[in-house]
Ligand binder design. Structure first.
Ligand code: AMP
Length: 396
């Protein structure tokens, strides 16, 4: 069993929290999107309101084990202080005596942020000594960093290994609730919507949902490998040759398990990935061979969105087209709108990480979803039914 922060007596204790403050910074080094910082606030505020002191540790980017001022957490700290409406303490060296003294001297309700852990190569190496030094900052360890839960690093495996009292924060609890527990007793029918470019990273998800879902919708670039496996002429569309036989096998397995696989019936096209305005729609069997399918067409949108409306639960991973270019974002946007309507009618819509998260944000629809995951790879792992090292270490 993994304990939630709710189950600990945290009053006057130092709570060491692994958060995910891996946020995009702009050219001035300021926080460009504070979604992940805001997502960590419920756990931080819970601690502060109950009279605990909070020590926060995170990574930011890939500094490769070296100090890199461009990837400092200083501006994240400034953003956090603004969101919390209070000053916070900051230490440039997380394992220095000074940093430890600051943590030990915290009063209830105070916050101490440690500098980017990945400035130390020991973080990604899950080094024992580094973990022991970090562990000295707190009496209770809490993991609220879902985005890195599939990695075995010091801050999320080595450090908790040294704690008797350890558990998850409110954010990770919510991620597990929607990406794992909710799918054990889902409101039916269950629909999985997949899109994006890479099939390989989503194979586990498809396999797992062949036992969970009534329908699997496949759009985006990856749909063309499935269409090719069905003998469709896909022109110059994205194709993963190595996955054609896997796609055939998955479609055959779906037939045996009575899971409906839905592929695009029409597409909007462009000459290449730099195309700016859509050509078409073309029926899927009438795609000009010199063009690429870059978004789903109107008939497909109608079909996919009506399947969403008939679902009890929809899990979505991957855009329906090249949504970064406005002309090819219609399919993705319409799916997001359909999911918002589903949630309004009492259904559940879970957006499982990656580019579909960027898409719902782009269309201002994040608030309309039941859950938008903060982790790309981690959400795929959990949805695929796999355990993750950072959660495994917290089982007691
Ligand atoms: P993934 O990381 O596998 O989820 O892929 C996301 C990327 O797939 C996004 O950058 C999309 O623009 C891209 N994508 C979606 N549909 C298509 C398509 N039909 N052709 C090429 N790229 C696509």
């Amino acid at each position: 069993m993994i304990r939630s922060i709710n189950t600990f007596d945290i009053r006057e204790k130092n709570i060491l929290i692994r958060v995910d403050f891996n946020v995009p910074l702009d050219e001035k080094g300021l926080v460009e999107d504070n979604f992940r910082i805001r997502s960590a606030l419920p756990t931080i505020k819970h601690c502060l309101e109950l009279g605990a002191s909070v020590i926060l540790m995170s990574h930011l980017g890939r500094p490769g084990g070296k100090n890199n001022p461009e990837l400092s957490l200083v501006s994240v700290g400034e953003e956090l202080a603004e969101l919390l409406e209070m000053p916070i303490k900051f230490s440039y060296d997380p394992i220095s005596e000074d940093a430890l003294d600051t943590s030990l001297g915290l009063k209830p309700g105070e916050v101490h942020l440690l500098e980017n852990l990945r400035f130390h190569p020991e973080e990604e190496a899950n080094d024992y000594v580094f973990s022991s030094q970090l562990a000295k900052h707190g009496q209770i360890y809490i993991n609220d960093a879902f985005g890195t839960a599939h990695r075995a690093h010091a801050s999320n495996v080595g450090v908790p290994a040294q704690f008797k009292h350890k558990g998850i924060g409110l954010l990770v609890d919510k991620e597990i609730e929607y990406l794992q527990r909710a799918l054990k007793r889902p409101s039916r029918p269950v629909t999985l919507i997949l899109g994006g470019a890479k099939i390989g990273s989503k194979l586990g998800l498809i396999e797992s949902f062949l036992d969970k879902a009534e329908t699997i919708i496949i759009g985006g670039g990856m749909a063309f490998t499935f269409l090719k496996a069905n003998g469709v002429n896909i022109g110059h569309s994205l194709l993963d040759e190595t996955m054609v036989s896997t796609a055939s096998r998955l479609m055959e397995k779906a037939r045996q398990k009575n899971v409906q696989i839905e592929l695009p019936v029409d597409v909007m096209c462009g000459a290449n990935l730099s195309a700016s305005s859509p050509l078409g729609p073309y029926h899927i069997h009438e795609m000009p061979s010199e063009l690429m399918g870059l978004d789903i067409g109107p008939k497909t949108i109608e079909k996919f969105t009506s399947l969403c409306a008939q679902s009890g639960t929809v899990v979505w991973n991957g855009p329906m087209g090249l949504f970064e270019i406005n002309g090819f974002g219609t399919g993705t946007m319409k799916i997001a709108v359909a999911l918002e309507s589903l949630v309004e009618k009492g259904g559940t819509a879970i957006v499982g990480g990656g580019d579909s998260v960027s898409a719902v944000k782009k269309y201002g629809l994040s608030q309309g979803m039941s859950h938008v995951s903060t982790g790309g790879g981690a959400s795929l792992e959990l949805l695929s039914g796999n355990t993750m090292p950072a959660l495994q270490i917290l089982e007691q």
